[in-house]
Design a binder for this molecule. Structure first.
Ligand code: SF4
Ligand code: SF4
Length: 91
């Protein structure tokens, strides 16, 4: 049987899938962030990362790359200091 592939294997990192997201996206309050890294560990897309910058309290804060975010909200629900708020698209 002949199988036709529509994409070359190993190309997903080159395809921005953030536009699959329909309702919500995470916004990190960098002043609340304590740099614990939990969002990085729980994100199924692996798109939360340390920015290398510090907030006014001297904590290294994180960011999430919305180009690949699906809006699942896991980062927000697991953040121990509630630094992540899920916002509605377009608001
Ligand atoms: S909402 Fe989901 S996919 Fe988006 S950054 Fe948070 S954990 Fe990752
Ligand atoms: S889980 Fe919350 S406090 Fe921890 S690094 Fe992520 S945004 Fe910052």
């Amino acid at each position: 049987m002949k199988i036709l592939l529509t994409a070359k294997p190993g190309t997903t990192s080159q395809v921005k899938t953030g536009n699959w997201r329909e309702l919500v996206y995470p916004v990190i309050d960098i002043e609340k962030c304590i740099g614990c890294g939990i969002c990085e560990r729980v994100c199924p897309e692996g798109i939360c990362f340390p920015t290398g910058e510090k907030n006014s309290s001297g904590k290294g804060f994180y960011a999430c790359d919305l180009n690949w975010c699906k809006g699942c909200g896991l980062c927000a629900s697991e953040c121990p200091v509630k630094a992540i708020e899920m916002k509605e698209e377009g608001k």
